[in-house]
Design a protein around this ligand. Structure first.
Ligand SMILES: [Zn+2]
Length: 303
């Protein structure tokens, strides 16, 4: 399993979900207490456990599993993971708790939105209610070794996305609030599936930038520097996608035409096209679903 140190007391595990490297990351914070940030989906929990072993983490030392949101590529595996972690509590936004306790509806919706990709991720298992901490904005943990993790409510991508600020490394774990980082091209691309709220997402990006992060630890995928600049660039990018979708919807264009225009006009997408085209998961999640998020938002705004 591929693990590496990405900060002071912070380690990344490449979950290699569905056999794809550099797609979904889980992070391990080694304080005097162990915190895992993001579990990834059910199907790659065995890889997460291998990663913990490689990092010499004893399973009973894990005190918290913090997930950004319940979308199955981020928190889908938490119910399965907890069976191996006798002392861990799950940290999730209050609006995410019901989906963890009973993931039936979440799984049905996931299959609708993601199609076959949902089967690559696997169905989520329930989490016992007494192991869940419903974390409001500002909820904080002192993990020891000077590691401090604070939950930041950052909605827009989902109605319940938490980002996490870690002060020792001046870092933020944005979940899906700040797009998807593709290190090969050093670019960020939108993660904006329906129901996406552009105005709320932009407020969340401002809020994250106000923490002045040096580092972003993306769930998709990995560590990136220049945190504030990256958040600001991402805000400009999604504003632009929003304008194109708004104009397209107003002119009665279909999703294909709107997508083609975005791919043509967004410099980042042109740069990263060769990365997406052969990648079935990314074509579905990063392009098709993300553009649809803007189209739905534009349709609602114009209704
Ligand atoms: Zn998501």
């Amino acid at each position: 399993m591929h693990t590496k140190q990405v900060g002071e007391h912070i380690f990344l595990i490449d979950l290699e979900t569905g056999g794809f490297k550099n797609l979904i990351a889980s992070y391990v914070l080694k304080g005097t207490k162990i915190i895992i940030v993001e579990t990834g989906p059910t199907s790659s929990i065995p890889n997460l456990l291998l990663g913990l072993k490689e990092l010499n983490v004893a399973l009973d030392e894990v005190a918290y599993v913090a997930i950004s949101h319940v979308h199955i590529d981020h928190g889908g595996g938490v119910g399965t993971l907890l069976k191996s972690l006798p002392n861990a509590k799950v940290i999730v936004h209050p609006r995410g708790t019901a989906h963890l306790v009973d993931p039936t509806k979440l799984w049905l919706q996931s299959k609708q939105v993601l199609g076959q990709v949902a089967d690559i991720y696997g169905a989520p298992e329930p989490v016992p209610e007494n192991r869940i901490i419903a974390a409001e904005d500002g909820f904080a943990i002192n993990a020891g070794n000077n590691l401090h993790l604070e939950a930041i409510e950052t909605l827009g991508h989902a109605s319940h996305n938490l980002s996490y600020h870690e002060s020792l490394n001046e870092a933020i774990f944005p979940g899906d609030a700040a797009g998807m980082y593709i290190s090969e091209f050093d670019v960020v691309v939108p993660t904006t599936p329906p129901p996406f709220h552009l105005d709320v997402a932009l407020q969340s990006l401002d809020k994250l930038a106000s923490f002045k992060p040096q580092v972003l630890y993306y769930s998709h995928f990995g560590k990136a520097s220049d945190g504030v600049k990256r958040l600001q660039d991402y805000a400009l990018q999604i504003k632009r996608w929003g304008e194109i979708a708004e104009e397209g919807v107003r002119k009665g264009q279909n999703a294909y035409i709107i997508t083609e225009r975005i791919l043509r006009e967004d410099e980042v997408m042109r740069k990263a096209a060769s990365f997406f085209k052969p990648h079935p998961v990314l074509m579905k999640t990063a392009i098709e679903n993300s553009v649809q998020g803007f189209i739905d938002y534009a349709e609602k705004s114009q209704a």
